[in-house]
Ligand binder design. Structure first.
Ligand code: B1M
Length: 212
């Protein structure tokens, strides 16, 4: 079994220690961080999602897998964030109200920092007013929202409606993402951009801030 398979397998078993060991091994073998992330960690987490949906595994298994995912991500983080890069814009990000899924949002945050943006991460379960207040206070040019539940996606629209009410549309741009979120939904609610994964999100934020 190759190293990336081992990472995926042990992530699915929720064995954070083994994920840490094999991620270190993959880094040492000069496999790119992007490949370790996509073909090891995210690949394993996708299988967890499918098994959970099929009721083959249960919530505690998903929690353990998430912990193992973070064990690997922690080792990759410094490789995505290179120090000393001047910031090229300020982005406030968070997972919307009622939603505790933060792995994808954290990946987007790591990549944004790596691309040179200053990131203010509000964490998960972020209320619409908190997004607006902090973005105003920090003079951020972009608000990034993540949602993993169909039931929490409507909070993204509330944030955009509040921006409209406060006449901040255009001054503060919005990007949304997360597994159930689509380009069409983004258009429907008036978001400025949709990111289908963390790499794509960075391209879109660069576009929103005039960096491309
Ligand atoms: Co939950 N969960 N979960 N879960 N969970 C899903 C989302 C689900 C699809 C599983 C399933 O049924 N197959 C399902 C949602 C169904 C739906 O709404 N239609 C679900 C459910 C039902 C639930 C609970 C309700 C279960 C329960 O309690 N009965 C509960 C809800 C809790 C809450 O939030 N209030 C719950 C809880 C949990 C855990 C806490 C156990 C854990 C989260 C741990 C954590 O995040 N710290 C968890 C997990 C891990 C998952 C799955 C298995 C994996 C999510 C993940 O981290 N993926 C997930 C199944 C799935 O998505 N296939 C599932 C890896 C991550 C890298 O991908 O987040 O999609 P993702 O991010 C991607 C892109 O989407 C994009 O870039 C990332 C990198 O490529 N992206 C952005 C994300 N945010 C972006 C923002 C952007 C741009 C791009 O711009 C700002």
């Amino acid at each position: 079994m190759d190293i990336l398979n081992k990472i995926s397998e042990h992530l699915q078993l929720g064995d954070d220690e083994k994920v840490r060991i094999f991620t270190k091994e993959a880094i040492k073998a000069k496999i790119s961080p992007k490949e370790i992330l996509n073909n090891g960690l995210i690949f394993g987490m996708d299988i967890i999602g499918k098994k959970y949906k099929a009721h083959e595994i249960f919530l505690p298994d998903v929690l353990l897998a998430a912990k193992a995912m973070y064990a690997g991500m922690d080792l990759l983080r410094p490789m995505f964030i290179k120090g000393g890069i001047p910031t090229i814009g300020k982005v406030v990000i968070g997972t919307v109200q009622g939603d505790l899924h933060d792995i994808g949002k954290n990946l987007v945050g790591i990549m944004l920092k790596g691309a040179g943006f200053e990131v203010i991460d509000l964490g998960n379960d972020v209320s619409p007013s908190e997004f607006i207040e902090i973005a105003k206070k920090e003079d951020a040019s972009v608000i990034g929202m993540s949602a993993l539940l169909t039931t929490t996606m409507p909070f993204m629209k509330i944030v955009i409606d509040l921006l409209k009410e406060e006449r901040l549309i255009g001054k503060i741009k919005t990007i949304i993402g997360g597994a159930p979120v689509t380009e069409e939904f983004a258009r429907e609610i008036g978001a400025d951009a949709f990111g289908y994964d963390s790499i794509n999100a960075i391209e879109k934020v660069k576009g929103l801030t005039g960096m491309t």
